[in-house]
Design a protein around this ligand. Structure first.
Ligand code: SAH
Length: 397
């Protein structure tokens, strides 16, 4: 049996691991073997030799991502156990239903599998690696996935890591079906609404699964309103607004491809819908030129303005500018759904940016809801960094 290599931490550097935080920073390491390869499994020991955890070694400031705090083998049955726990949770909270087969099955650290994302769309699992370790363990993971999920739930597995791994360790994984693929249904159901999911070419795994609950809330507020869905991508918020009885929905995205998917999604749910219009335009330009007094419900769901810590200040300015533009255009008695999905920006920082925008606009603004990511994107309580989606629903007068 293969023996795992070991790394030893410096004195007092074991505390966060004892509190089950799953990352070992490179500065905490006192000793590591010279011949370590990126992605291999490594046992982490305290300075006195006590076992702390086992995980994937990687080059960079996070040196180990812990998979288990028990001294166990990382094999198919390990992944089976983790995936079974995650699937059971989704079933227990009633996310796996005949009218809802779109959900995140594995959310990295939130499901005790750092570096791994698996999204389910109808009968297809889209698997995404965010670490070399997960990439190397891919066969173990997909074998485990096939064992855990019933045949009627899982028929195809698509691996999509080309955009998440290329700069790491010279690995250029090919995006491809690992099993099935020929008859994969590209239409999945979210809360009984149909969505065409393009996992081959779409962003992330093809869809933003994390806005499901927030779209549902928007549906509730949409009745008889003129809705503007900015940064619409696949048109998720637009389709819910239409079902909620919106008078008119305008969807805006700078990508022509996104607008095509949005139109397709409107069409497959509401044939020949006359209450929907698409605009392929820059969001800032659209708000400035076309939005004055026209809308009474606005959604702002931009891409992450800050992808790393160095970009925080610029990103906060970006959120302020965008929200100010919406405050200047929205009518009295209207509602604004505003989001940030930047992991490095805290909910306090985001709220402060929106507060600054409100103050400059001089509008009277009340917070109706504070939103976050849904239950299939759980936050591991020992890993608060896993909380990334923030949203505010505002009543503006
Ligand atoms: N609200 C979407 C997800 C948004 S993803 C959902 O519920 O699924 C962010 C989107 O913003 C992408 O589709 C991207 O094409 C678009 N985008 C990025 N910059 C933009 C800009 N300046 N103006 C308009 N759209 C932009």
């Amino acid at each position: 049996m293969e023996l795992y290599k070991e790394i030893k931490l410096r004195p007092k550097k074991d505390e966060s691991l004892k509190r089950f935080h799953p990352w070992v920073f490179s500065g905490a390491i006192a000793y590591k073997p010279d011949n370590m390869t990126e992605g291999e499994i490594v046992r982490v020991l305290a300075s006195d030799g006590t076992f702390l955890g086992i995980g994937h070694y990687q080059i960079g400031s996070i040196a180990v991502r812990i998979l288990s705090f028990e001294d166990e083998r990382i094999d198919v049955s390990f992944y089976e156990k983790r995936i079974a726990e995650a699937y059971k949770m989704r079933v227990d909270i009633n996310l796996v239903r005949t009218d809802n087969n779109t959900y995140r099955l594995i959310h990295g650290e939130g499901d005790n599998l750092p570096g791994l994302i698996i999204d389910m769309y109808a009968n297809t699992a889209v698997v995404q690696a965010h670490s070399i370790g997960i990439h190397k363990d891919l066969t173990l993971i997909t074998d485990a996935l096939k064992k855990v999920l019933p045949d009627n739930v899982l028929q195809n597995i698509y691996y999509k890591s080309q955009s998440t791994l290329p700069y790491k360790a010279d690995i250029e994984p090919e995006d491809a079906y690992i099993s099935g693929g020929k008859n994969a249904s590209e239409t999945a159901l979210e809360n009984d609404l149909k969505f065409h999911i393009d996992w081959l070419k779409g962003q992330k795994t093809g869809f933003f699964v994390d806005q499901r609950e927030n779209r549902k809330l928007l549906e509730y507020y949409a009745k008889n309103r003129n809705v503007l869905n900015m940064f619409c991508y696949t048109g998720g918020f637009s389709v819910y607004a239409l079902r909620g009885g919106a008078a008119q929905v305008d969807s805006v995205d700078s990508s022509a491809k996104a607008m095509m998917i949005t139109e397709q999604n409107v069409q497959i749910n509401f044939e020949n819908n006359v209450r929907h219009s698409s605009y392929t335009e820059d969001a800032f330009k659209f708000l400035k030129e076309s939005a004055y007094g026209k809308y009474d419900l606005i959604v702002l769901d931009p891409p992450a303005f800050a992808k790393h810590r160095g970009a925080i200040n610029n990103a906060l300015q970006g959120y302020k500018k965008l929200n100010l533009s919406a405050f200047e255009k929205i009518k009295s008695g209207d509602i604004l759904f505003t989001f940030s999905c930047s992991q490095v920006i805290s909910k306090e920082q985001f709220r402060l940016a929106v507060f600054s925008a409100a103050a400059i606009s001089g509008r009277k603004v009340r917070i109706l809801h504070q939103l976050t990511q849904p239950a299939d994107h759980p936050v591991n309580i020992y890993h608060p960094e896993g909380e990334y989606l923030k949203g505010l629903v505002l009543y503006v007068e």
